[in-house]
Design a protein around this ligand. Structure first.
Ligand SMILES: [Ca+2]
Length: 340
């Protein structure tokens, strides 16, 4: 049963930067550039409510008064940056249907890891605790297999140490850890006395805690005179990757996309697990109770090295994806946050 769920999860990751080459299998997400998206309207009569400890959903209206919060007395822990609190408009009227309708949130300040959790950091966790990841327990994990026409497969022996399986090189310590499930990410964050961000905290940070309306955290250009700001896919997915940015798979953390807040890798490299279940925004706003069954998926943000705009432009700040919580994939990692 678990295996069936796992296969299903792999298929569902189609929305996360494509796992099949046939255009008849393109999901709504991947038709972004063909069809665009009509602007969705907000449901009426949304009352502000506490989405999580750190986020209040406000709805259509941003409060008029600007709060000026004193800088926290505590300095950010090593390897983390302060994300100031404030108001952010979540989503994009120019984005996909799943990024709409746009709405305001109030976010409390928090500390965020500068970059995704690395293989080296995850190794420390495993050494200290003896933790076994779900991919290790299953004996396999999801990867795109170049030898079988670049289809997603469950690769035997693939796990965080060997993201593409033991017949490929091991993961480098300074790259983001991948092949970790949401459950694994939770276990790591708990061990590190941190937690996963919610999607809205993540987007607030990607919008530099000041509601920047740019496509990416640093602006609107993915490259500047050929120098890339993110590790993504160049060329037509999945046929050919020109690897103009220098990395076919993951890249060392901190290499790409430093934001005004001091975060890196918020765009591209690996998708990042978020704490919350993924729901349609309309359902979030109307507080529609979610049916949490075995198909329910946890949210992911940030896009990956497999993303190219013609197929998936998930590395925009408003981009979203998701997988079931036991799924492990070669292009999904995470970073942690900590309450101030
Ligand atoms: Ca790349």
């Amino acid at each position: 049963m678990k295996f069936t769920i796992y296969i299903l999860a792999i298929l569902l990751i189609l929305s996360a930067c494509g796992s099949e080459s046939g255009s008849d299998r393109l999901s709504e997400h991947e038709h972004y550039h063909e069809s665009g998206a009509a602007e969705a309207t907000l449901p009426e009569n949304i009352k502000p409510y506490q989405f999580s400890d750190g986020v209040t959903i406000l709805g259509a209206i941003k409060p008029e008064e600007e709060k000026t919060e004193a800088k926290p007395a505590t300095a950010p822990p090593k390897g983390m940056v302060l994300v100031p609190g404030g108001y952010t408009q979540i989503g994009s009227a120019e984005g996909l249907a799943q990024e709409q309708p746009v709405f305001w949130v109030e976010v409390k300040p928090f500390f965020m890891d500068e970059h995704p959790v690395t293989v080296g950091a995850f190794r420390q966790f495993v050494t200290a605790t003896g933790y076994k990841t779900e991919a290790e327990k299953f004996g396999n994990a999801g990867m795109i297999d170049e030898s079988t026409d670049k289809q997603w497969i469950l690769k035997e022996g693939a796990n965080w140490r060997y993201p593409q399986g033991p017949d490929f090189p091991p993961a480098s310590d300074n790259h983001p850890v991948t092949q970790v499930s949401w459950n694994d990410a939770q276990a790591y964050c708990k061990w590190a006395k941190k937690r996963l961000p919610t999607e809205f905290e993540w987007e607030h940070a990607a919008r530099n805690a000041r509601n920047d309306r740019t496509i990416y955290p640093w602006g609107n250009d993915i490259d500047k005179a050929g120098a890339y700001n993110a590790n993504i896919w160049q060329g037509k997915f999945p046929e050919h990757n020109y690897v103009t940015d220098g990395y076919k798979f993951t890249s060392p953390v901190g290499k790409f996309g430093k934001t005004p807040l001091g975060l890196t890798d918020m765009s591209g490299n690996v998708w990042e697990w978020c704490d919350n279940w993924k729901q349609e925004y309309r359902d979030v706003l109307t507080q529609t109770k979610m049916d949490v069954n075995e198909k329910a998926e946890r949210a992911q943000r940030g896009g990956s090295f497999l993303c190219e705009p013609g197929w998936c432009h998930g590395y925009r700040v408003s981009g979203r994806s998701s997988s079931t919580p036991e799924t492990s994939l070669m292009h999904v990692g995470f970073r942690c946050v900590k309450d101030v």
